[in-house]
Write a protein that binds this ligand. Sequence first.
Ligand code: NAD
Ligand code: WQD
Length: 338
Amino acid sequence: MGKILVTGGLGYIGSHTVVALHESGYSVLIVDDLSNSERTVLQGLEKIIGFTPEFIELDLRDKAAVKNIFDQHSFDGVIHFAASKAVGESVENPLLYYENNINALVYVLQNCVAHGVHNFIFSSSCTVYGEPDYLPIDESAPIKRALSPYGNTKQIAEEILHDLCKVSDLRTILLRYFNPIGAHDSALIGELPKGVPQNLVPFITQTAAGLREQLSVFGDDYPTADGSCIRDYIHVMDLAEAHVVALDRLVKKAQQEPVEVFNLGTGQGNSVLEVIKTFEEATSVTLPYKIVGRREGDVIAVYADTKKATQVLGWSTQRDLATSLSSAWAWEKRIRGL
Ligand code: NAD
Ligand code: WQD
């Protein structure tokens, strides 16, 4: 099997995808600038796959360094995870997001074209849909004006890839992730949010571990069954395995068009209060929480129509919400020595 460049491969989803790639016989080169991850992730990967994957610390905004990577290595494909992903931060610091999420992508793509690397998988997000007009949401749903610079970088990136694939041999699969949660069964890799977690599940597990006093539930006055927002929480290993299926499709030249788009979710929507209840039942930990005001920019409900990924990729999620939350808790306990 070929060698795959995994940018951002020491990050949350990238590291789990490295495991799935190894299990399918791919070799990888991980490139990461450690801006939102730690070199110690390599130790977890080594314990899981039996050796330390090839890693080069590098900022993909360094155009010359990116060219050097492609000069030194021959890739059968690229999976591009590297990006800044904090929605709130993107509002305060839009240029950081446009530079990192667009320039770095362009430099990688320039080298893919120059070196004849045809297979490219891009980390997109359900955030490109904004507030859905209908649910579950499918890939043909309209792309609405982004609610944040972060979301806009994902929309722009998708447009860049469409434009490039029209005039080059690049073949790309855009994977629109819903809400990845959980950790590898070994609890040796997982989500490592820096500072106060912005996302629900790491905040839950840090609260359960006693690092946070209580969880704030951002609103229970939404037009949903229990008043809290609904999302599609997908186990990160289900997500990782989907990347291998997509890569196999490109490597085998089975894709039907230059750009293919797939939603990666469970197809199941769960409210914040349901997540809390499921966490408590799955872990026997009582979670202290309080209802507070709504968070700016939150969509009421979004969950995936998964028919296309199932019918075209032959992929669907294998792990349920309780399993995902239990794995997140096992990871939290291990890193906190509980
Ligand atoms: P993450 O922050 O854990 O991983 C991203 C990795 O990229 C980090 O290790 C970071 O150090 C690295 N990186 C960032 N900028 C870089 C640069 N200029 N050069 C080299 N490395 C760089 O994030 P994640 O949750 O694993 O997300 C991976 C991808 O999936 C991102 O593109 C993100 O936008 C997208 N995504 C994430 C979610 C989510 O909820 N986690 C949902 C939808 C889409
Ligand atoms: C989920 C639900 C919150 C924290 C974000 C990005 C999206 C993607 C995934 C990158 C919401 C509620 C949360 C808390 C809460 N990232 N919540 N208390 O907002 O769906 O998506 O991460 O692509 O782009 O927007 O995920 O985990 O932040 O929130 O009540 O302390 O949990 O209001 O309803 P979100 P989230």
